[in-house]
Design a protein around this ligand. Structure first.
Ligand SMILES: [Zn+2]
Length: 414
């Protein structure tokens, strides 16, 4: 990965203009047929942290996807050829695709079917709190490494002084490059608030706490041109940032996370080393007594993932959480034919210890904790063109509504 060293934020602009970003980087789709093939890919990832395995799963229905810089492409193809693993080049040159992506995206004014800057997102939250004071409040629950405010929107029609209603906690975009995730969170907010009359049952069932962007430093870095940036921006050397979704203090530094600072899934120097993960931890505990659903939105691959990420074992309430995920999967399949894969993180996607999903269930005690991986799109997979945003967020909202309703059936308000 890029050695983005630690002279942030002053060097931000300099770096983005000086670097020929992703020049000659290729995106490969790899068609594994066996777990031995998967092993070949996994072993490659141990040879160099410059391979970016943006999609490497334990299933075989979709190709795995790897971004390879020019100096590794010859070796990469040789290893696959000698192992008789077929592949094709999905994107010949990542640097050629980013310009059109960015000129098409990120508009100034707010629209649920576009990508937005982080300041536009916060502006929208403030607009909603001013316009719907009986329904909405916005709270800052932490700051990022670069001192951006981290904000959550609270949506509640409970007028009682003593709050007793169940809480649904939703976050998105903890991985910076997964830009469809914040767009989806913003659409949930839009529907619950500005289309309240159609979605009153969801607000009757839960007080909603939604964080549209869990990694705004990384998200803005993506917008500046570093479209493959996944991690936080904390000033580590020689590579900035850690993977916040490997940084939670629950089976930290175990399967599926890396102690090597420049890898994409670097766990950080210690649990909760990142300001962003500490802020989310505190937000989780602030609603722990009432939270029944924790949903964290990622992309891509169309997965609804249940605990655990740190082990292939199933969680204690696997049947319940599976029934919630299936409700979401079936709702989306019936309407759009979208075929989400449902199962535990480790068993259908990959091991990921130190994740927010595992922490929410294993430490905070939120009974239903789920990770949603949105559909792929665009020239890399993480960058659906803006014309796809409407279908992605609309379909996702259907699935999320169905999951929330199923959680409400299992855990009705007292
Ligand atoms: Zn992710």
């Amino acid at each position: 990965m890029f050695r983005v060293a630690v002279f942030l934020p002053i060097a931000f602009q300099v770096l983005t203009t000086v670097f020929a970003l992703y020049d000659g980087y290729k995106v490969y789709d790899v068609y594994c047929k066996t777990f031995i093939d998967k092993e070949v890919l996994t072993n490659l990832s141990k040879l160099s942290d410059d391979y970016d395995f943006i999609h490497l799963t334990r299933t075989f229905q979709d190709p795995d996807r790897v971004v390879v810089p020019p100096d590794l492409q010859h070796d990469f193809e040789m290893v696959l050829d000698s192992s008789l693993i077929s592949y094709n080049v999905f994107n010949e040159d990542v640097s050629k695709t980013k310009v059109s992506f960015f000129t098409q995206s990120f508009s100034v004014s707010f629209n649920s079917f576009k990508y937005h800057s982080y300041s536009d997102m916060l502006g929208y939250l403030d607009y909603l709190s001013r316009s719907y004071p009986d329904l909405v409040s916005v709270k800052e629950f932490g700051q990022t490494f670069l001192d951006r405010p981290m904000k959550a929107i609270y949506i509640s029609n409970d007028k009682s002084k003593v709050k007793t209603k169940n809480v649904a906690l939703v976050d998105a975009g903890i991985h910076a490059r997964e830009i469809a995730a914040p767009a989806t969170a913003l659409f949930i907010i839009n529907q619950l608030v500005e289309n309240y009359s159609s979605n009153k049952d969801l607000v009757d069932a839960f007080d909603w706490v939604i964080v549209p962007s869990m990694n705004p430093d990384g998200y803005e870095f993506v917008r500046s041109g570093y479209i493959l940036w996944r991690r936080t921006m904390t000033s580590y050397f020689p590579c900035a940032g850690a993977d916040p979704n490997r940084n939670f203090d629950f089976h930290w530094s175990k399967n599926g996370s890396s102690p090597i600072p420049c890898t994409q899934n670097y766990q950080g120097p210690k649990p909760f080393s990142e300001k962003e993960t500490r802020a989310l931890r505190d937000l989780m505990f602030s609603v722990a007594d009432r939270a029944k659903l924790y949903l964290t939105i990622h992309s891509y691959g169309r997965y609804l993932l249940t605990p655990w990420g740190h082990t292939s074992d199933y969680s204690d309430n696997y049947e319940d959480v599976l029934s919630v995920a299936m409700a979401g999967r079936n709702a989306m399949y019936e309407v759009s034919g979208s075929n989400y894969t449902v199962g535990s993180s480790t068993n259908v996607l990959y091991a990921a210890s130190g994740s927010s999903e595992d922490y929410a269930h294993g430490v905070v005690g939120i009974p239903i904790a789920l990770t949603m991986e949105l559909p792929a799109g665009g020239t890399i997979g993480f960058n659906p063109p803006e014309r796809s945003v409407q279908s992605i967020v609309s379909e996702s909202f259907l699935g999320i509504s169905a999951m929330a309703k199923r959680v409400h059936e299992i855990y009705p308000n007292e």
